[in-house]
Design a protein around this ligand. Sequence first.
Ligand code: SF4
Ligand code: SF4
Length: 119
Amino acid sequence: MKQQTPLEAIQSFCFQCCGYSKKNVHDCPSRKCPFHALRFGSNFPVQMIEDSINKIYDYCISCVGSASEIVYCSDPKCKLYHLRLEAIKHHFPKTYAVHGQGELFTLDSDSYSKSCDHL
Ligand code: SF4
Ligand code: SF4
């Protein structure tokens, strides 16, 4: 099955958050939520779409408190789960790379080394 893009995942997350009600998503009062501006619609500026992965990082931080906890998130049913490592990589672009679906690596000058414990 094709994996959702960050924007698709955010909008699925919002739909679930609001009890699968489009009206409730539209009326969401949580303006401080990282997803608020992206919760519905598709006609966003390119910059906002590109930034959506950073919003996932922000949301995950608010969920579990630290990047290392995001790595070890134990909720694969979460709509954001498959993007959480990519979100960390985007937040620390000179430090980390993602290999496949489930591993986060330190990006150093000579080699990749597994480093989840260093976050
Ligand atoms: S913007 Fe935040 S609070 Fe509002 S529906 Fe989305 S996830 Fe829920
Ligand atoms: S992927 Fe994990 S850390 Fe991120 S919001 Fe979902 S449950 Fe929380």
